[in-house]
Design a protein around this ligand. Structure first.
Ligand SMILES: [Zn+2]
Ligand SMILES: [Zn+2]
Length: 430
């Protein structure tokens, strides 16, 4: 039988030019206990079992047990979930903040949250941006929508040729709602958006915002193409935050935004195939490693968020096929406290999420792996032919600034001549 450790080793050898979640590689012992437990609950995956049986060959590749983006078809009855952010508002290289991508076998893709740092993780998955046009926000903390500007503008530049559709909750007052936040984000981007006019395909630089009532209980906020997404309230910081469920093809997956354990999640997440819910950093680590005062640590770690012990209680009541915990710094020295806290109240299938963790959900299996991503990734091919910009929409420099140009026309003309010749064009310099 191949153990998790040998998987780490083979990944390590493979890793020239690739990167995997460093936590798994660097801290195999702790994680492998948790991962083995996951595997024990669901049996060993087919590829894994075949590899274990096959005779090793000096010339043939072994089956791999990681997810390489853009290399696997999705079955018609399958959901692939990828963690694009599992961390905290405090930025760190290892973990972006909350962001989750669901890919369905019917071709639909949905992003839930786009926390700070997550746009880079999304890019690493090599998905054409026209397919990444649907975003659901659980609430308006920056660790849940802080990379919206990067997804919005960067996504348009990288091939999203349509508006970015965003669904998010209202607030107790209009100023605390999603519509207000995004209208003002767009205003903050005035210089950015004006400066792009007339230079590239203009179609992606629009936000299409749907604000729904945060108080809705299991209300339908989206229903298209056989997919139903519902929202229900969460209890976190102020009125406004929500959680979501997504139903499709007999599956139910649930994404819990930040919350104190609440009765709505308890009711509407019941019997989910997979349930994502926050489990906050253990209070002693918040004091020791995060430098919180004990008073603040108790308040934030148990009253504004869900402590690991409380997460376990939630999951032992709703009994998902797979419970996914996130919203903590998942390190070799902090994850044991999370794991042990959860295990005081829950003994079912569990993933302690880290960025680039991947779940393939089918009717009879939930396979958990890590993605191995290419750090040198470029934007994928756009799904439609780019539209040429309307040159007349360019906003000119003032004469004072335009007059400051050095004369490099001759140098640039060489580039123009070469490209015009290669592509049969007759483009001219400004
Ligand atoms: Zn929050
Ligand atoms: Zn948060």
């Amino acid at each position: 039988m191949f153990g998790i450790r040998s998987w780490h080793l083979s990944l390590g050898l493979f890793a020239a030019g690739l990167m995997v979640g460093g936590w798994l590689v660097a801290n195999g012992d702790r994680v492998s206990t948790a991962m083995r437990e996951i595997r024990a609950s669901f049996g060993v995956s087919t590829a894994y079992a075949q590899e274990a049986k096959a005779k090793p060959s000096p010339v043939k590749a072994s089956a791999r047990n990681f997810y390489a983006p853009n290399s696997e078809d999705l079955g018609p009855d399958e959901i692939r979930l990828i963690a694009c952010g599992t961390g905290m508002p405090t930025a760190r290289p290892k973990q972006a903040a909350s962001c989750w991508l669901f890919e369905l076998g019917n071709g639909d893709k949905f992003l839930f949250d786009v926390g700070t740092g997550s746009a880079e993780r999304i890019a690493a998955l090599q998905i054409p941006y026209n397919y990444l046009d649907k975003l659901f926000l659980s609430h308006l903390h920056t660790d849940h929508f802080g990379d919206l500007d990067a997804l919005f503008v960067g996504g348009a530049l990288a091939g999203r040729q349509k508006p970015l559709r965003v669904w998010g909750p209202s607030g107790e007052t209009p100023e605390r709602g999603t519509k207000y936040a995004l209208e003002h984000l767009r205003k903050a981007l005035t210089w950015d958006l004006d400066g792009r006019k007339g230079l590239t395909d203009p179609r992606g630089y629009f936000l299409d915002v749907t604000e729904f009532d945060y108080r809705g209980k299991n209300q339908v906020v989206y229903q298209e193409n056989g997919v139903t997404i519902r929202s229900f309230p969460a209890i976190h910081s102020l009125d406004g935050p929500v959680s979501f469920s997504l139903e499709w093809n007999g599956f139910k997956v649930v994404f819990g935004g930040d919350t104190y354990p609440n009765k709505w999640f308890d009711e509407y997440a019941k019997d989910a195939d997979l349930a994502i819910h926050e489990a906050f950093i253990a209070v002693p680590d918040m004091i020791k490693k995060f430098k919180f005062t004990p008073q603040s640590a108790l308040l934030v770690g148990t009253q504004i968020h869900t402590a690991p012990e409380a997460f376990g209680k939630v999951m032992s009541r709703i009994k998902p096929r797979m419970a996914v915990a996130y919203h903590f710094f998942n390190d070799y020295d902090t994850s044991p406290a999370i794991y042990e806290g959860i295990r005081t109240t829950y003994d079912g299938p569990l993933s302690l999420a880290i960025d680039y963790m991947v779940w393939n959900i089918t009717k009879d299996d939930i396979r958990v792996r890590m993605a191995a991503v290419d750090e040198d990734v470029w934007p994928p091919q756009a799904t439609e032919k780019p539209q040429l910009p309307d040159l007349s929409s360019r906003i000119p420099y003032t004469a004072e600034i335009a007059g400051g140009r050095l004369d490099v026309k001759a140098e640039n003309q060489i580039i123009y001549d070469a490209i015009n010749k290669q592509y049969g064009l007759n483009e001219k310099q400004d």
